[in-house]
Design a binder for this molecule. Structure first.
Ligand code: ASP
Ligand code: MG
Length: 479
């Protein structure tokens, strides 16, 4: 980085970092503390904790015509946001102004939900109009709170900033367009020494229709902003200290991982570690910008740094770090198997299998194929298994009739347990050690997927064995 370029930090706050007066006070303090070491700060915020869920539930109730629920939700939204504004915004005029804006946004919520209730249905576009309200509410209060604390801040709805396609509920950003908007809108604010406070989660189509980036999308927003500014670092503030070696509810010795590579992080998010949204990793990876995951309520702790693969691949300084860095589990999966002697050497069976799965809108976290080509197994979320089986039966009616495919079936509930660590696959003997340990613990492994990623080994175990498998593999980290 050139010396004369001012240092720029993007700080993103999750719902629990802004959800209560105490949390938001802490967040304001954390932002102000960062001003000492960073010349320019851009803030991205989620909705207050619980608000997006309430908005989603309201749309569902509205479709059923439940107007009582809508009224209750209005009261709850008003109460939560007004209380925060009253506690955090000291100037009476500004507080009154923001409370007025909250009232208008909540009225917008009520109108939208009542329209949905009359229609008895909601398009994805209508859903985005409702669920994006959470961030439109929170951003005003956080910017106001910063001003009350003495930091010049300006809230911005990212409908003016993040340009997306029209895949409502899971829109894709146009980074070029977004970058132009950032130059136009954010740079001048930064130049004036202001802290722009941006809504996470939402954007708009070229025509200006509000979209959202998918649930948990505020991290993605922060990454998009970080990559396009570009920022020097992106810090994701949450309510746990970084990325942990395992879910501490399952493994009591779980601890924070100081550094993970982007690839490890992507695997961890993909395989169930809820700290960072997988998509969020991508734009910053490509821009080579480091990400740090920190705890709003323990800001002095280092948290976890997500580094570029080449930097993270360097040997740990103390030499004691294990090759396995983290163990995760995804529960409530079922293993689907397509099996038949007639599949041997027949091209296109896999393509048709996954075509049939895709037709149900189900994504597949894990695939294995026996080398004999006589069976393909893959996991899907348990709730989708019946629909996937039906779709497969329809796709392979002829093959089933001719017995080219003998069997098409779903297992009982299973879990995918994944060990993540750079070099897991290059290090001889690791897989063997993992299987010995599982064997010694009397845990049966139904399927394995190793080839897909150089930094992870995934195993399918019975649902009831998942916790024990995670604990067993965690020994590789602590011993
Ligand atoms: N508020 C949105 C959600 O809960 C986005 C986010 O928090 O990341 O999904
Ligand atoms: Mg969130």
């Amino acid at each position: 980085m050139a010396k004369n370029k001012p240092s720029t930090l993007v700080m993103k706050f999750g719902g629990t970092s802004v959800g209560t007066p105490n949390a938001m006070t802490q967040t304001v303090a954390n932002i102000r503390a960062s001003q000492a070491s960073w010349e320019r700060i851009v803030v991205v915020t989620s909705a207050l904790s619980g608000v997006t869920n309430l908005l989603v539930e309201s749309t569902e109730r509205a479709i059923q015509g439940d107007e009582v629920f809508i009224s209750q939700a209005e009261t709850e939204l008003m109460g939560k946001h007004w209380q925060l504004a009253e506690k955090l915004i000291s100037s009476p005029a500004q507080q009154a102004q923001i409370k007025q804006e909250i009232k208008h946004l909540v009225a917008e919520f009520g109108s939208l939900c009542r329209a949905i209730s009359i229609l008895g249905e909601a398009t994805p576009r209508a859903l985005d109009a409702v669920v994006s309200l959470g961030e439109r509410l929170s951003v005003r209060i956080l910017a106001g709170a910063l001003q009350s604390a003495g930091s010049p801040a300006q809230f911005i709805e990212t409908t003016h900033l993040i340009v997306t396609d029209d895949c409502f509920q899971g829109a894709h950003p146009d980074l070029k367009r977004t970058e132009q908007n950032i130059q136009k809108i954010i740079e001048p604010l930064l130049a004036q020494g202001e802290i722009p406070v941006l809504t996470g989660f939402l954007g708009a189509t070229e025509a200006g229709i509000t979209t959202t980036l998918g649930r948990g999308g505020s991290d993605y927003s922060a990454a998009i902003i970080g990559a396009t500014l570009p920022a020097d670092e992106v810090w994701i503030w949450t309510d746990v200290t970084g990325v942990m070696t395992a879910d501490p509810r399952i493994v009591s010795q779980a601890r924070t991982i100081p550094e993970v590579s982007y690839r490890e992080m992507a695997e961890l998010s993909y395989f169930g570690a809820k700290v960072l949204h997988p998509k969020a990793v991508r734009p910053v990876v490509e821009a080579g910008i480091p990400v740090r995951v920190c705890n709003t309520f323990a800001p002095a702790e280092e948290g976890t740094r997500v580094l570029r693969d080449d930097r993270a691949a360097q040997k740990p300084k103390n030499g004691t770090q294990s090759i396995v860095k983290a163990v995760t589990a995804i529960q409530r999966q079922r293993l689907i198997t397509v099996e038949g002697r007639g599949m041997l050497g027949v091209p296109g069976v896999a393509a048709r299998t996954f075509g049939a799965v895709a037709a149900t809108g189900t994504s597949v976290p894990l695939i294995t194929q026996a080398s004999s080509e006589q069976s393909i197994s893959f996991s899907v979320p348990s709730d989708s298994a019946e629909a996937v089986l039906a779709s497969l039966h329809a796709a392979f009616t002829d093959e089933l009739a001719k017995r080219d495919i003998d069997r098409l079936w779903a297992s009982d509930d299973v879990a995918i347990v994944t060990a993540v660590g750079n070099g897991l696959q290059e290090t001889p003997g690791v897989a063997g050690q993992i299987f010995s340990a599982l064997g010694a613990a009397k845990l049966n492994v139904y399927a394995i997927a190793q080839g897909s990623s150089a930094v992870a080994i995934s195993l399918i175990v019975a649902a009831k064995d998942a916790e024990k498998a995670v604990q067993t593999l965690h020994h590789f980290i602590t011993s």
